[in-house]
Design a protein around this ligand. Structure first.
Ligand SMILES: NC(=O)c1ccc[n+]([C@@H]2O[C@H](COP(=O)([O-])OP(=O)(O)OC[C@H]3O[C@@H](n4cnc5c(N)ncnc54)[C@H](O)[C@@H]3O)[C@@H](O)[C@H]2O)c1
Length: 255
């Protein structure tokens, strides 16, 4: 089946990796719903994606709030038609040693990065199961496979995303639904990268440009590198893949 006219929802699709995913999916023939809490950026992204000749809609809300997550998924289906593909990309970062990590920051990371994925999946699964088709791609991180100092809280949320991906994949496979995750390495040029860079300085972490020298392929990832994997996992070429957490790290992490 081609992807022409299929409906994809991209959470956090207003900027960064999510924006690149929306563009790449639009080029592959999907109509795109951008689900983001930043309405202005989301509308700007939707305008640009519409320029590629696909239908778009913007649904505004906070993925970590159950009612808002369900509301966004329902609004996307109302505007564009039943959701064929959900990309759970919205996420936040927060660095610091676990020993002194503030409880509020810990809870916020889990609320957005884990609850957000859980609620959005729940919202699309019932209609997907009724139609006996659907596809979910969750954006985790290489940090979900390797806990690193100062990334402990973030790593724990991204490990939870991998675990949720595996369990859900096996739970819904017989309903014709595939669920996979992408684990990006260090991705340049996104607002989150700037936050991590700034916070990392305070903990003596080398700048990303320095870290690029330790990456076998010799450069940081681009948002498009990640988007390409999402499009592949969503396609019929990945028809025999489910429950996977695929590294896109330039060789930085191999397991
Ligand atoms: N940048 C990296 O190096 C990197 C590496 C590995 C994984 N990731 C993951 O990739 C994803 C995207 O990263 P990015 O660098 O593009 O991030 P970003 O901060 O640049 O963009 C995130 C987008 O998500 C939206 N968002 C955040 N919280 C939200 C919420 N509660 N509800 C709705 N929308 C919300 C923001 O408004 C924004 O549009 C994240 O899940 C991140 O953890 C990023």
């Amino acid at each position: 089946m081609g992807s022409d006219g299929q409906v994809a929802v991209v959470t956090g699709g207003a900027v960064g990796i999510g924006y690149a995913i929306g563009r790449r999916l639009a080029n592959a023939g999907y109509d795109i719903a951008i689900a983001d809490r930043d309405e202005m950026q989301a509308r700007q992204a939707a305008r640009e994606i519409r320029g590629l000749g696909r239908r778009t809609t913007v649904v505004v809300g906070d993925v970590g709030d159950r009612a808002q997550a369900f509301g966004m998924m329902q609004a996307a289906a109302r505007d564009l038609g039943e959701v064929d593909l959900l990309v759970n990309n919205a996420g936040i970062a927060g660095l610091g040693p676990l020993v002194s990590f503030p409880e509020a920051d810990w809870r916020e990371l889990f609320r957005v990065n884990v609850d957000g994925v859980f609620f959005c999946c729940q919202a699309v699964l019932t209609p997907m199961m009724a139609r006996r088709r659907g596809n979910i791609v969750n954006i985790s991180s290489w940090n979900g496979k390797l806990g690193a100092p100062n990334f402990g809280a973030y790593s724990a949320t991204k490990a939870a995303v991998i675990s949720l991906t595996q369990a859900l994949a096996r739970e819904v496979a017989s309903h014709g639904i595939r669920v996979n995750a992408v684990c990006p390495g260090i991705v340049s040029g996104t607002p989150m990268r700037k936050v991590v860079e700034r916070q990392g300085q305070a903990f003596g972490l080398p700048p990303s440009a320095e870290r690029a020298k330790t990456i076998p392929l010799g450069r940081l990832a681009t948002p498009e590198d990640i988007a390409n994997m999402v499009v592949f996992l969503a396609s019929d070429e990945a028809a025999y893949m489910t429950g996977q957490a695929v590294n896109v790290t330039g060789g930085l992490w191999l397991h």
